[in-house]
Design a protein around this ligand. Structure first.
Ligand code: GLP
Length: 244
């Protein structure tokens, strides 16, 4: 779906999420959301916060699982996804802090395999993701599933692509400060979500958007696996759609 601008699109996305949360509330069930970081979802979070502030939306039944975190990474670091999510969403809504799950960038490496298995198990325990919000990196990554990611991959530690680290370098005040690794949900974790919305804005995403939608399904562009997902919508502004 192509929108003239990202603000209009983000409002619609936020309203789809709000509708799902309310529907689950009426059913007396938790609403399990997979959430993303990066600049793309910021306006969606702004709209969700504003729906909450106006009294229209409660997050009391919401359980969240974030896609990824840099590794190693302290929660207090300005560039941690932990910090990002609290700054843009969690600090402004009525979610139970116990229902917030963000991959932990402080777990010692030797405990990471078990940590990742437990993260997957926790998603399963809640009955899987009802909804997954995604951005896309210029390498075609979703979460931090860089080129080469297998469709069967689950939550794990990965090595970041050089392009991804370069794109993050201004946030970290130089490439040398960007972590070399990250922990991310896998392609199969994302593909099991019952609904997926991928957001892409701006000219810089136009080429990878074309490869994702019109190219072959390949681990060279991990987002292309979404072509096989039954309930995915890719939400674009006109610039991101310009090469389609
Ligand atoms: C990071 C995140 C991705 C995100 C991507 C794009 O690499 N791990 O989940 O999709 O950045 O970021 P932006 O939305 O800022 O373009």
């Amino acid at each position: 779906e192509i929108f003239p601008d990202s603000s209009t699109a983000s409002k619609l996305v936020a309203h789809e999420i709000a509708t799902l949360i309310k529907q689950k509330q009426e059913e007396g069930k938790p609403c399990v959301l997979g959430l993303a970081t990066g600049s793309s979802p910021i306006k969606v979070y702004e709209e969700l916060v504003s729906l909450h502030r106006s009294g229209e939306l409660s997050f009391s039944n919401v359980v969240t699982f974030n896609l990824d975190e840099y590794y190693p990474m302290d929660t207090g670091h300005q560039q941690s996804y932990y910090h990002f999510m609290h700054q843009h969403l969690f600090d402004h809504i009525d979610i139970n802090p116990e229902n917030i799950n963000i991959p932990d960038g402080t777990v010692p490496l030797e405990e990471m395999d078990q940590y990742c298995i437990d993260y997957e198990m926790k998603i399963k325990k809640y009955g899987g993701l009802d909804f997954q919000l995604l951005g896309i990196g210029r390498t075609g990554h979703i979460g931090f599933n860089e080129p080469g990611s297998h469709p069967n991959s689950g939550t794990r530690i990965i090595t970041l692509d050089h392009i991804t680290r370069t794109d993050a370098s201004s946030d970290f005040n130089g490439l040398e400060n960007v972590p070399k690794k990250a922990v991310t949900m896998g392609i199969s974790t994302i593909m099991k979500s019952r609904r997926v919305l991928l957001l892409a804005w701006g000219h810089k995403k136009a080429t990878v958007v074309k490869q994702t939608i019109e190219g072959e399904i390949t681990s060279n562009i991990p987002a292309s696996f979404l072509q096989e997902h039954k309930n995915t919508t890719i939400i674009l502004d006109s610039e991101a759609a310009s090469e389609l």
